[in-house]
Design a protein around this ligand. Structure first.
Ligand SMILES: [Mg+2]
Length: 226
């Protein structure tokens, strides 16, 4: 068996808001240069805070403004899958691939956006909201698998399944996907954003303008994965 690991935002979706940024903004916070939002991101990148600490500090701010699941839902409605998604997932499953999502979004949001398509995925790995009984956010359980964690997920997966790295392909679009190649897997960049596709160490292949997800299918025809 072979496996494909997908990033979610900007890879499976198109022209959609980033959920994190959208929540901060909808709660009335600044997200520009020098904002607390942007400062937390930099502190995470420079390893001054862990991913979980980043989630905790963010959650504190969300709780100060009383983030309710209704707001998360209304932002979720603005996120849309790229055209051809269902056909792509179905075809890849029929070809025998195991499909996974490794994302910095939230599990509940991804499942909602995928709808019926969720059945094609063997695992969905992302952050999780914790709500109280009235629907207010009281915690964020951070994923271990964003940024360099994406490579950790793939490494753990290949060891657990005794699968050679060459049988795994990661499909992503952005700067938080640039670590995936460290697992030794193949990488494919679609609709690149803040990442350099001329860097062939990080991105083995790239398709710049994917307006229909079926455009990636030729990459996965049998001989392509060898
Ligand atoms: Mg992305």
């Amino acid at each position: 068996m072979k496996a494909i690991m997908f990033d979610f935002d900007g890879t499976l979706t198109i022209k959609s808001p980033n959920i994190w940024k959208a929540i901060w903004e909808n709660l009335g916070y600044e997200t520009g240069k020098g904002s607390y939002f942007s400062m937390l991101f930099i502190m995470f990148l420079t390893k001054d805070i862990t991913h979980q600490k980043w989630c905790d500090l963010t959650c504190e701010k969300f709780m100060e403004k009383g983030l309710h699941k209704d707001l998360v839902k209304s932002i979720t409605k603005q996120i849309r899958l790229n055209d051809g998604a269902t056909e792509t997932f179905k075809t890849l499953k029929e070809m025998g691939y195991s499909l996974h999502i490794i994302s910095g979004n939230f599990k509940s949001v991804i499942k909602e956006v995928l709808g019926e398509n969720a059945k094609y995925f063997d695992s969905i790995n992302a952050n999780e909201f914790e709500y109280d009984k009235n629907g207010y956010v009281v915690g964020i359980k951070g994923t271990n698998y964003d940024f360099e964690g994406k490579a950790h997920f793939i490494t753990e997966f290949k060891e657990k399944n005794n699968m050679p790295a060459k049988d795994i392909c990661f499909v992503g679009n952005g700067d938080n996907d640039e670590w995936a190649h460290l697992s030794g897997c193949r990488t494919l960049c679609v609709n690149p954003e803040n990442t350099d596709i001329t860097n062939k160490t990080k991105w083995h292949h790239a398709i710049e303008n994917v307006t229909n997800l079926t455009q990636i299918l030729p990459e996965f025809e049998d001989n392509q994965m060898e």
